[in-house]
Design a protein around this ligand. Structure first.
Ligand SMILES: C[S@@+](CC[C@H](N)C(=O)[O-])C[C@H]1O[C@@H](n2cnc3c(N)ncnc32)[C@H](O)[C@@H]1O
Length: 250
């Protein structure tokens, strides 16, 4: 669900600490792709599948519907959406990491009949028409967008009026004891697990989560981008936030 800043390439303008340029984010996910699913399971004790199922429920898709999963990674949320739209529906999963997409395609090939295809795309400039989908989702991807407003704006643009945009993301719990546990887990244990797995990638996770707007602020950004009926639920003791909004009707 997260990853860390590699050092900037020679000659590149260094970013602020914990902030990555888009090319660095893509390279980082290409690098950790083979490890990504296993790290998710270890870091969340397997709960991440349950959170994606809740996100897919919030998309409120009917059989035959069309859905887009942005920053799809290895495709788990797209496959959850595919189970809801059924064989008459269509799900597109997009990501800018080719290695993540390759793993998503392999996973989908093992699920005969899942109406899903995986395509390369940058979330900040989606190659889809306005109002093309009934819902768009993003799971643990929005915090990596170099421009959050633009990424959410693109998801909103490609969903029909009345359709839903769902954001599943890690958030910083405010109250103890979870806030203390969060500090220990994300600042110490997750980076240590990453080092055990021979990658520094997971040291980036805490900073990317802390930079991300809290639940109310995120709801405000969704509203400004044209979403309405916005609500959110916190789960896992306040560490996971699921936001949903409906595209404004004309
Ligand atoms: C933490 S992973 C989440 C993957 C998946 N959605 C999940 O639920 O596990 C973040 C993904 O976002 C992708 N990503 C980040 N910024 C992106 C962008 N601007 N356009 C497309 N993909 C992006 C990365 O390549 C990576 O696969």
């Amino acid at each position: 669900m997260g990853a860390r800043a590699p050092s900037a390439p020679a000659g590149a303008t260094p970013s602020a600490p914990g902030v990555l340029e888009e090319a660095q984010v893509r390279a980082m996910f290409d690098r950790i792709a083979g490890l990504y699913d296993r790290m998710n399971t270890v870091m969340t004790a397997g709960l991440h599948h349950q959170w994606r199922r809740r996100a897919a429920d919030l998309a409120a898709l009917a059989p035959g519907g069309r859905a887009l999963d942005v920053a799809t990674g290895t495709g788990d949320l797209a496959l959850e959406l595919a189970a809801r739209v059924g064989p008459a529906g269509e799900v597109v999963g997009t990501d800018f990491s080719e290695r993540m997409l390759a793993l998503a395609r392999e996973k989908a090939a093992g699920r005969a009949g899942a109406p899903v295809r995986f395509e390369p795309a940058n979330a900040l400039s989606l190659p889809y028409a306005d109002a093309e989908f009934d819902a768009a989702t993003v799971g643990f991807g929005a915090r990596n967008f170099s421009d959050l407003r633009r990424g959410l704006g693109e998801m909103t643009r490609v969903v029909r009026p009345g359709g839903r945009v769902v954001v599943l993301e890690i958030t910083t719990p405010r109250r103890p004891p979870l806030s203390s546990f969060f500090g220990l887990w994300f600042d110490r244990i997750v980076p240590a697990l990453g080092r055990l797995a021979d990658t520094q990638a997971y040291s980036y996770l805490p900073s990317s989560v802390r930079r991300f707007p809290g639940p109310e602020a995120l709801a405000g950004i969704m509203w400004e981008g044209g979403l309405r009926e916005i609500r959110w639920v916190l789960t896992a003791g306040g560490i996971i936030a699921l936001h949903v909004g409906e595209v404004r009707r004309a």
